[in-house]
Ligand binder design. Structure first.
Ligand code: NDP
Ligand code: ZN
Length: 351
């Protein structure tokens, strides 16, 4: 089979590999819709997870099942399915402890294009099909559903990590596709003032449609000054970080009220340390919580999120700015994600 792979750090190319083997609880799928991710860019061009040779990329897919293992109960060949980026081992100790995304070790629920070949392939393997796949409902657009693999669950997890309550004032730093979904998630959870940080005009437009009440352009002055001015020096109840760098934490801690929570979903690809300013953190006694987490994967999460599409509570198709037709266009779509033209939010390749 053919797949688009990371040949080594800084280099991608098409390679041929043997078709994946299906275990008794697993499924083999062929792609229907695929999306490149900022994480693929970090992986290849920044070496964020270390060296990988000839590893097929990609972790965002809607697919069709071509083979199932003999212990799979709920899925059959021909089913169209949403495939989460995170596919935990549901019988692991970590999953029993409430952290399936870390099954088998920290971040090890992230298998595609990390520990095994990803989905940018003619065929790909999904472990624990009953635990990880969700049926694509009739009438849900595969390109919009592809945003459920990673963008929506990650952005929504930011709203969960920050524990948004009705009426909370919330700052979302970064409004790429992940941050936009964090805005939508925070809005659904009851945020009142919802400050969104970004500069790209189409992202700003969609952030407002998803519920942002104020836009902060980080290129026009510091986030801290702008938030403090808008909140009359009080700061915000919660912060979700979906963009920026290791230095962004200093700004987030500074604008957070005592008792507040920072939920980080940003992938920190460089820098040795996260900066926590001592005084602004209440000299260690400010009750300002910082928590960061990988999205929750699995079937239940996918089924619940897709029900928000079915009931038109959320429209993820707004994220899809560029659509390509045909498997061979994957390379172009990934390079587009790397170059990030200002009008790009998310490219999707339909097969
Ligand atoms: P994008 O690059 O599309 O968006 C980044 C956003 O951050 C943009 O709005 C950008 O603004 C803003 N930004 C950039 N620099 C700064 C800065 N210095 N201060 C404040 N804001 C800034 O990324 P994605 O939305 O695709 O992904 C966001 C992050 O989430 C990535 O690091 C990605 O790897 C990570 N991720 C994490 C996952 C998880 O499971 N935790 C899963 C998937 C992704 P502008 O409008 O100017 O571009
Ligand atoms: Zn992704």
């Amino acid at each position: 089979m053919k797949g688009l792979a990371m040949l080594k750090i800084g280099e991608i190319g098409w390679i041929e590999k043997e078709n994946p083997k299906c275990g008794p609880m697993d499924a083999i799928c062929k792609p229907i819709a695929l999306a490149p991710c900022t994480s693929d860019v970090h992986t290849v061009w920044e070496g964020a997870i270390g060296e990988r040779e000839n590893m097929i990329l990609g972790h965002e897919a809607v697919g069709e099942i071509v083979e199932v293992g003999n212990l799979v109960k709920d899925f059959k060949v021909g089913d169209k399915v949403i495939v989460p980026a995170i596919t935990p081992d549901w019988n692991s100790i970590e999953a029993q402890n409430g952290f399936p995304m870390h099954s088998g070790g920290m971040l090890a629920g992230w298998k595609f294009s990390n520990f095994k070949d990803g989905v940018f392939s003619e065929y790909f393997h999904v472990n624990d099909a009953d635990g990880n796949l969700a049926l694509l409902p009739e009438g849900v657009d595969p390109a919009a559903a592809c945003m459920l693999s990673d963008m929506m669950p990650t952005g929504f997890h930011g709203a969960e990590l920050a524990d948004i309550q009705y009426g909370d004032s919330v700052l979302v730093i970064g409004i790429g596709p992940v941050g936009l979904m964090a805005v939508a998630g925070a809005n659904l959870k009851g945020a009142s003032h919802l400050y969104a940080v970004g500069s790209r005009p189409n992202c700003i437009e969609i952030a407002k449609e998803y519920g942002a009440t104020d836009i902060i352009n980080y290129k026009e002055g510091s986030i801290v000054e702008q938030i403090m001015s808008k909140t009359k020096g009080k700061g915000v109840d919660k912060v979700i970080i979906a963009g920026g760098t290791v230095d962004t934490f200093a700004e987030a801690v500074t604008v957070l009220k005592p008792g507040g929570i920072i939920g980080n979903i940003n992938y920190l690809g460089e820098g040795e340390f996260v900066k926590i300013p001592r005084l602004e953190w209440g000299v260690g006694m400010g009750h300002k919580t910082i928590v960061g987490g990988l999205m929750l994967g699995g079937r239940l999460r996918m089924e619940k999120l897709v029900s928000l599409l079915e009931t038109s509570k959320i429209d993820t198709s707004k994220l899809v700015t560029h659509t390509f037709q045909g498997f061979d266009k994957l390379e172009e779509a990934l390079l587009l994600m790397k170059d990030k033209p200002r009008d790009l939010i998310k490219p999707v390749v339909l097969i």
